[in-house]
Design a binder for this molecule. Structure first.
Ligand SMILES: [Zn+2]
Length: 445
């Protein structure tokens, strides 16, 4: 059967048939994390969304190369390392490991190549030199800038003129620049960031945008199929990537530009100043990875997602129901796929529709074996055995709080044997208690 995948391409503002450059090979680049802090739910969304796309592409094409970078040189990294009194290297390695632990918990497949900026400094320097040679880059006061007026289609991705872009965003003002919209390709070491590498323009570090252009070019070539990321990256990050890569290669770097929508927390924008930054780790303390993953997929990837405890609870209820059905059916591995579900996913990754398809199959007892296998394959959920699932679910917050209360009563009655017994039961179920003068808190091991 000939399948047709449709994807919404931000570059042309429309839904398009996906046609790869080579018949049997797809190259995809997605902007990865800047590793200075724990991943929040806004970082988890693209990881899960592009994981579903990767799974679909792998089903449709023999060869898929998925590249997702790690930004390990950035002002925020330097500041965070300084605050924690640890080296930049220790911080970035530790944070990258935490990112992988979190994405593993969400059952995100490993990408094919995960390049780090610091391991590609020479490639970045060569790429910048090509931009300078092409006439689009210029040196000013130990900085190298990109001249945005040299690229006539600048603003094409965000669908704005250069003036709109400059007026509508916070653009760094500098006397070094020829035009206000010019952005930095290389900057010198300074007090804020004294760590750097030697280059023809002095000791310094690359700008953020150039890292992605260079690494995408190195692993996927001058022109590849899909470039993805969160919608907050459209401008300036992706707009700048397109301009730089065009000036170096005289090609638009990727054919399809795919962006996922914003994540809000309880209907509010997530921000440090509002104190509502929700890390994946903190949610994993209360809900398991499958529940979080399904919650992320219940909204279409391009729509804003409102992340709240009701959504997680709803996701858990759905999975409870599905695991009940699985418990009463013998599930065997099959390559057969649920065609309804697959066609929903081929329609610009319509995961809410695919979830609806699987719900109907479960409710109507309609080819459950195929439905479960399809769900595992593309949505990356229902991978547990039902006994394991219900055991985990019984250990929910309500039960834990009840045990903590019973233990408190036992202690008040000086029944320390009982108090210890309760603590051990919780421990056997992976729950660790911490007593303090404010009471007892718990976390998962
Ligand atoms: Zn990027």
């Amino acid at each position: 059967m000939q399948y047709k995948l449709k994807l919404y391409n931000t570059l042309h503002n429309k839904l398009e048939d996906f046609i790869p450059i080579n018949k049997d090979y797809v190259g995809m680049y997605v902007c990865g994390p800047t590793v200075y802090d724990r991943a929040h739910i806004g970082n988890a969304r693209p990881a899960v969304v592009f994981d579903v796309l990767y799974r679909v592409l792998k089903y449709l094409y023999n060869n898929v190369k998925y590249v997702r970078n790690i930004t390990d040189v950035d002002d925020k990294i330097y500041k965070a390392a300084k605050n924690k009194h640890i080296s930049i290297n220790d911080l970035t390695q530790e944070t990258a490991k935490m990112y992988h632990d979190d994405t593993d918990a969400l059952n995100v497949l490993s990408v094919d190549i995960e390049p780090k900026a610091t391991e590609h400094i020479n490639d970045i320097i060569e790429f910048i030199q090509r931009i300078i040679d092409s006439g689009s880059g210029y040196i000013s006061n130990n900085h190298v800038y990109f001249d945005v007026t040299s690229y006539s289609n600048y603003g094409e991705l965000s669908n704005k003129t250069l003036d709109d872009l400059i007026n509508g965003s916070r653009i760094e003002v500098s006397q070094n620049k020829k035009n206000p919209g010019d952005f930095v390709l290389w900057k010198p070491v300074d007090d804020e960031f004294p760590v750097g590498w030697d280059s023809p323009w002095g000791k310094g570090r690359p700008g953020w945008h150039i890292e992605c252009s260079t690494m995408a070019n190195k692993y996927l070539g001058d022109k590849f199929d899909i470039h993805g990321g969160g919608c907050d990256l459209v401008f300036p990050h992706h707009e700048n990537e397109i301009a730089q890569s065009y000036s170096a290669n005289k090609k638009i770097m990727a054919n399809y530009w795919i962006h996922n929508g914003h994540v809000m927390i309880d209907c509010q924008k997530m921000s440090k100043s509002l104190g509502n930054v929700c890390t994946v780790r903190s949610i994993l303390d209360k809900f398991n990875g499958e529940t979080i993953r399904l919650a992320l997929l219940m909204t279409h990837y391009r729509s804003p997602l409102n992340f709240c405890s009701e959504l997680l609870q709803q996701s858990k209820n759905i999975l409870d129901k599905w695991y009940q059905v699985i418990m009463h059916n013998e599930i065997t591995n099959t390559d057969e796929v649920d065609e309804n579900m697959l066609s929903s996913l081929l329609d610009d990754l319509n995961t809410p529709q695919a979830i609806h398809n699987i719900s109907s199959a479960m409710k109507n007892n309609n080819n459950i074996n195929t439905a479960v296998n399809t769900c595992r394959k593309f949505l990356g959920i229902l991978n547990k055995n039902p006994n394991e699932w219900f055991h985990e679910i019984n250990v929910d917050e309500e039960w834990i709080l009840k045990q903590i209360e019973l233990r408190k009563q036992a202690k008040q009655n000086k029944d320390y044997v009982e108090a210890d017994r309760i603590r051990n039961v919780l421990c056997e179920n992976g729950i660790v208690l911490e007593d303090s003068k404010n009471g007892t808190s718990w976390k998962r091991k």
